[in-house]
Design a protein around this ligand. Structure first.
Ligand code: SAM
Ligand code: SF4
Length: 467
């Protein structure tokens, strides 16, 4: 097995700089040729992606957004998968200048939830209707060390209420050794998620001023170790606002290309967090290279075209409006009703002195579901692929010829109906049931019959119906 010392560096800054400088000021017909190619759903080359980053003409920008919308619609239909983050600890030994959890920040009250407190948080999320959790923690564990995380995952999966349970736990924690990744896999995680923050080495060194996270190579090779350990679904990301977003997009592509070459499959998801104000962090209030709202939409649209089959995750860092706009441009998974302070669900409020950053969308899950239902999106709590072993390459083999829809569409409707019957407010239930009828009416006959059979089971009281 290759160790991180023997993995050839795969982020080539010089090459990115050259591609970006030769891409600027392309004429409208070259841009349109790239958009036409993107519609074929095979992704784009770095040089083509770079051209799209340079679009400023409003008409071409409109065409970029329209193309992204059509690709999103073709591959994902109207589905949006929902999850909730669960912050179990804000202990951290690193000094990331943008984050409230950084070790030297005295403005934050430190807290690592006990297993009992984790159980309580999960019960609250299950009773809201959640089925997927993203476990999040700082890079320092209570005295039992890494087994704290493993126990937390076990606790989450053990919570059962009369109507629900968490069916998929994804994790966003610091990079691990290959052996620790094996233990994480054995604990039945879904996706292992980790953001490089910035792929630009000099900026990386500037913004990480202490602790293990100062080691760029250890972080950038984390997905190699995760995949060597058998974790098929990994999620990568960039913290936008630290460096030039055009550079970061091309670096993300180099990371993806590296994973595809080594493991035959790229990441399952890409996250696009933008820097938000965090207690005790000047950098979070004055980002070194802020990303404007229009550029943020461009980022989502370009990623949708560049890697059409990779999920894009949008968190509650963004406002309801920005979230709505980016759903159309390519987002496939969203968090809702989030708290970023450990214990935040039981406390019922955001406690800024314990939180990682401030949120842009404060609405509870039911309100978000009502909103997206009204917009015609189908909320999905599906966890079918991961539980039937359709992960990594197997998932992509079904996704690329368009076959995955035969599973995703029925599963979205059955899990949405489960939510509506068990947890929804009357207005959400009414809007949701109408949307399910409408969606059934648009299905081709065979899928419709299968879906109707699944919905009948859910109506008769059966839970967790998936194909
Ligand atoms: N501690 C682990 C790490 O750093 O990878 C995992 C959890 S960390 C809490 C999750 C992510 O939050 C980080 O990777 C970073 O991208 C993001 N983050 C940190 N500070 C932020 C801020 N001020 N605004 C938005 N996102 C932030
Ligand atoms: Fe710690 Fe992660 Fe925050 Fe850095 S981003 S201070 S590692 S919690």
């Amino acid at each position: 097995m290759k160790t991180e010392q023997t993995i050839e560096p795969f982020i080539n800054e010089q090459q990115i700089a050259e591609i970006l400088s030769s891409a600027s000021a392309k004429d409208a017909s070259s841009v349109r040729a790239i958009l036409a190619k993107a519609k074929e759903l095979h992704g784009l080359e770095p040089e083509e992606i770079a051209v799209l980053t340079s679009i400023s003409d409003p008409e071409l920008l409109g065409e970029l957004f329209e193309t992204a919308k059509s690709v999103k619609e073709t591959i994902y239909g109207r589905r949006l998968v929902l999850f909730a983050p669960l912050y179990i600890s804000n202990l951290c030994s690193n000094e990331c200048l943008y984050c409230a959890f950084r070790a030297r920040n005295k403005e934050v009250k430190r807290r690592a939830l006990t297993q009992e407190e984790i159980r309580r948080e999960v019960e609250i999320l299950v009773n809201q209707g959640h089925k997927r959790i993203l476990l999040v923690a700082g890079e320092s564990y209570p005295k039992e060390g890494f087994s704290y995380i493993l126990k937390a995952i076990e606790t989450i999966y053990s919570v059962k209420t009369p109507t629900g349970e968490i069916r998929r736990v994804n994790v966003n924690i610091a990079p691990l050794t290959t052996d620790e990744f094996r233990q994480l896999k054995a604990a039945r995680i879904g996706t292992y998620q980790l953001f490089q923050e910035t792929y630009h080495r000099q900026t990386y060194q500037k913004v990480h001023q202490g602790g293990k996270k100062t080691d760029y190579n250890w972080r950038v090779t984390a997905m190699d170790r995760a995949m060597e350990a058998g974790i098929d679904d990994v999620g990568i990301g960039v913290l936008f606002g630290l460096f030039d977003w055009r550079f970061e997009i091309l670096a993300l592509m180099q990371h993806i290309h590296h994973l595809e070459e080594r493991f035959g499959v790229g990441p399952h998801t890409i996250s696009v967090p933008r820097l938000e104000p965090a207690a005790g962090s000047d950098m979070s209030i004055h980002p070194p290279q802020p990303v404007s709202d229009i550029d943020f939409r461009k980022i989502v649209a370009i990623l949708r075209l560049a890697v059409p089959y990779t999920g894009i995750i949008m968190s509650t860092r963004e406002t309801p409006n920005m979230r709505r706009e980016t759903f159309a441009l390519g987002v496939s998974q969203i968090s809702a009703g989030s708290r970023t302070n450990p214990g935040g669900y039981a406390e019922g409020k955001e406690v800024l002195e314990e939180a990682q950053f401030s949120l842009g969308d404060h609405r509870p899950l039911d309100e978000v579901i009502f909103d997206i239902t009204r917009l015609g999106y189908i909320p999905s709590f599906c966890t079918g692929c991961y539980r039937l072993g359709r992960t990594g390459q197997d998932f992509m083999d079904l996704a690329k010829p368009g076959l995955i829809k035969q599973h995703c569409d029925p599963n979205a409707l059955s899990t949405f109906l489960e939510y509506l019957l068990d947890y929804a407010s009357p207005q959400t239930k009414e809007a949701g049931l109408a949307l399910i009828d409408q969606a059934l009416g648009q299905m081709e006959p065979l899928t419709r019959r299968r879906t109707e059979a699944m919905l009948r089971k859910v109506r008769s009281g059966q839970h967790d119906v998936y194909c």
